[in-house]
Design a protein around this ligand. Sequence first.
Ligand SMILES: Cc1cc2nc3c(=O)[nH]c(=O)nc-3n(C[C@H](O)[C@H](O)[C@H](O)COP(=O)(O)OP(=O)(O)OC[C@H]3O[C@@H](n4cnc5c(N)ncnc54)[C@H](O)[C@@H]3O)c2cc1C
Length: 380
Amino acid sequence: MKAIIVGGGIGGLTTAIALQAKGMEAEVYEAATEFGEVGAGIWVAPNAMKIYERLGLSEEIKEAGYPYKRGVGISTYNGNVLGEMQAELIKEKHGHYTTAIHRARLHDLLLQQTHSATPGKKLARYEETEHQVTAHFEDGSTATGDILIGADGIKSIARTQMLGDVSYRYTGQTCWRLLTEFPLDFGTFDMMEIWGNVGGLRVGSGRISEDVVYTFITAKRPKGEADNPETLKDDLKTLCQAYPTQIHDLIEATPTDKILRNDLYDFKPIHQWHKGRVVLVGDAAHATTPNMGQGACQAIESGYVLAHMLSETSDVEEAFSKYQAMRIKKAHKVTNMSWQMGKMVDIHNPLGRWFRNLILKWTPASTTQKMQDQLYNLPL
Ligand SMILES: Cc1cc2nc3c(=O)[nH]c(=O)nc-3n(C[C@H](O)[C@H](O)[C@H](O)COP(=O)(O)OP(=O)(O)OC[C@H]3O[C@@H](n4cnc5c(N)ncnc54)[C@H](O)[C@@H]3O)c2cc1C
């Protein structure tokens, strides 16, 4: 079995490694002229860490990143703790802490394990015969395999050819991501998510190594708005003026070129992930807003389950439908919950925010743990 994988992000590379581990051939083709990832951190949750353990990579990821051994706290901007994720309990049940890591570092580790990866190959279209599928790239070259895996992200060309357009949804929120050398101190927590004094405002911050802190800041903004680099840090400090001074200091210590901005989108869950010899994984199949820190983790799960199903039968359509059946419910649940979470952050009315905080604060630990178990348990 030879798979042509279109898209060399975390989803595409993990799928390639999972296929290789099952003795299949995988060729990755990436549109960008160089492989890489954006300058930001990423949280790799226990469900994804379990898969990387099975693929023999979890130790390297932990060493290159920063496992959150002391847990994650959620609080309001004025210090009212609303909840926490108990790292030791999660480790006991699921064998891993959430590990924060620089995206480029994770991507490098994955790329090193991928047998065949070619940059500068942007899929234009694919063509299928009864026994094969051929990817046609924009530079005029082609690649042929038994199957084609579309791992080409939220704006997937493979998906558009297969299914037509999807309904993209703008959340109304933009997100800044910062990388800072900073002596962050959240006391008993490794990472804090701090909800703001206006709708849409949320700051999440934690180390990705001993010295470097990764922070995200979300706010309600019209789509497509651009920053003024001259005033960006002051603008962010003004936005976060109600926050503890540590957050102001952190923003001040961040070089402006280490601040990224992206409007947050997903698309309404779709109910078909494959057709003929072509199948989708990751954001191409199930893009989600980042509120639960699960987009890449779900891509990793999908790549792994797809490889497993393909190793069980030579009937590719059977493998694809088993993969979809095993993954779709959880992936949709994450997309829907994450969307709802974004709405909870968005509440404009102060009374509404007070009531939301009350509900969060009094959510029983057993409910949170049940949700974590659903997220972190693997389907196989
Ligand atoms: C602000 C923010 C924070 C996030 N934080 C987290 C987090 O902490 N934890 C987490 O699990 N997830 C997080 N996510 C989500 C995560 O980044 C994505 O879900 C994940 O990157 C999806 O991986 P992917 O490989 O499916 O797609 P992508 O990462 O989008 O990769 C797709 C690849 O395909 C390539 N490509 C595109 N079109 C073509 C084409 N036509 N031909 C060839 N190649 C093509 C692209 O260049 C890219 O390399 C976050 C997302 C955002 C926006």
